[in-house]
Design a protein around this ligand. Structure first.
Ligand SMILES: [Zn+2]
Length: 420
């Protein structure tokens, strides 16, 4: 809606001149007052106290991103703290989910209302906006939060306890009990310069997911732990568990069972899921793509280079490496399986030295990729790894690549285990 549209709507509501309302809105706009707040101000100026009339109380399911301001009564499901950079300062905000009998909604609390999971609250004059394709409530300067007179009973468990398989990017204030499967320290360029973080893999009975600890804690290096107040974001197309300075990590006195093997999926379903951290796909290799076999990488950035030229670093002395990019097809879809040097050596039947010798003898580096083509194209493989789906296509970074058995009994059993 343009300023003129807002002015017309408001002027007709208040029964006053449009030009007059428009000029007031324009003034407020110059001071960067959000349009909804500006309209409230103009309403009050014309004696229409919008607080009861203009801020309707709504059930959560009825709230849309276009509502502007709403009031509602809801149960706090989760409340996760996070610090953000805003206007050059660090602000602590709280984010989570609210619920009533009709549904759930995400919220961001900019004003430190300190919502308590489990409490029923009456929220006045919250702003709505679209966040990740759904409406979200913003509790800001004009918002009021009060304990409700009666508690609501809702069909959701407050507290944010979740299984890894149920986590979705955007979840906040989450509590998980997991076992650390891999952990390594990394130095990254954070907003405050170089920062040490821990990243790795955690697992529970339902799934394995990558994690990042932004305040590296010794507890989050090994063993079974309870992580409270974590948030979830997308990492290479899969949900990742993030522990912040506000999270707590407590060692558990039990060992968390971790789901055994990667879940088998049809390729189409895996690609439609938008990426999966730990998945098994079975299909025929229909082609081996260019950039496979004995390749050269830039020593600076590790990118595959062609003719000694790196896109970022110009002329460089390339370093030899082995890799396969194999197109896997199961009849429902295709992905590119990417095999590292070790898996490539297994199917090629020799490592880097053997490949170099092979290329020298033939005076042609492409013989290595040709040999690999001969060995795998037209055959069926079970490939496990991490699937990412993005602008570079559907790529499965393989952790195992094994030719499929021909035993019909095994094949029949496998077919029954596939998750659609
Ligand atoms: Zn480079």
């Amino acid at each position: 809606m343009s300023l003129q549209d807002h002015a017309e709507e408001l002027a007709s509501d208040l029964g006053v001149d449009t030009a007059e309302v428009r000029s007031e809105l324009e003034t407020l706009d110059k001071y960067d007052v959000p349009i909804d707040e500006a309209k409230q101000t103009v309403r009050r100026r014309y004696g229409d106290d919008g607080d009861d009339g203009a801020v309707p109380s709504k059930d959560l399911a009825a709230i849309t991103a276009e509502d502007g301001s709403v009031s509602t009564t809801a149960v706090v499901l989760t409340a996760g703290k996070r610090s953000i950079q805003y206007g050059g300062d660090t602000h602590v905000i709280q984010e989570g989910e609210l619920a009533d009998e009709t549904g759930r909604i995400s919220y961001t609390d900019w004003e430190g209302f300190d919502l308590d999971p489990g409490a029923t609250v009456q929220i006045g004059n919250a702003n709505t906006r679209e966040w990740d394709g759904a409406p979200e409530l913003n509790l800001g300067e004009g918002t009021t939060v009060e304990p409700a007179e009666e508690s609501l009973s809702v069909p959701y468990e407050p507290g944010g306890e979740a299984a890894l398989a149920d986590l979705e990017p955007g979840d906040r204030g989450v509590t998980v009990e997991v076992r650390v499967l891999e952990a390594e320290s990394r130095t990254i360029d954070g907003r405050d310069g170089e920062t040490e973080i821990t990243s790795g893999v955690v697992g529970d009975e339902t799934a394995r997911l990558p994690f990042t600890d932004w305040e590296p804690r010794p507890e989050l290096r090994e063993g079974s732990v309870r992580i409270e107040n974590a948030y979830v974001r997308e990492f290479r197309g899969v949900p990742s568990v993030n522990a912040s300075e506000f999270s707590t990590v407590t060692p558990l006195d039990r060992t968390v069972e971790v789901s055994g093997s990667a879940e088998r999926r049809l390729i189409r379903a895996a690609v439609e899921a938008g990426g999966l951290f730990d998945v098994e796909l079975v299909g025929s290799v229909v082609a081996v793509r260019d950039g496979s076999g004995l390749i050269e990488r830039c020593p600076e950035c590790g990118r595959v280079i062609d003719g000694g030229q790196c896109r970022s670093h110009g002329a460089v002395e390339g370093e030899d490496d082995l890799r396969v990019k194999a197109i896997l097809d199961d009849g429902t879809g295709t992905v590119t399986a990417i095999l590292d040097a070790e898996l490539t050596a297994d199917i090629y039947g020799g490592g880097l030295e053997a490949a170099r010798e092979h290329a020298r003898d033939a005076m042609d580096r492409s013989v290595v990729a040709e040999e690999i083509r001969d060995r795998i194209v037209g055959r069926e493989f079970r490939v496990q790894g991490s699937l990412t789906v993005d602008e570079y296509g559907a790529n499965l970074t393989a952790t195992s690549f094994a030719e499929r058995t021909d035993d019909p009994a095994v094949r029949a059993r496998e077919l029954l285990e596939v998750t659609e």
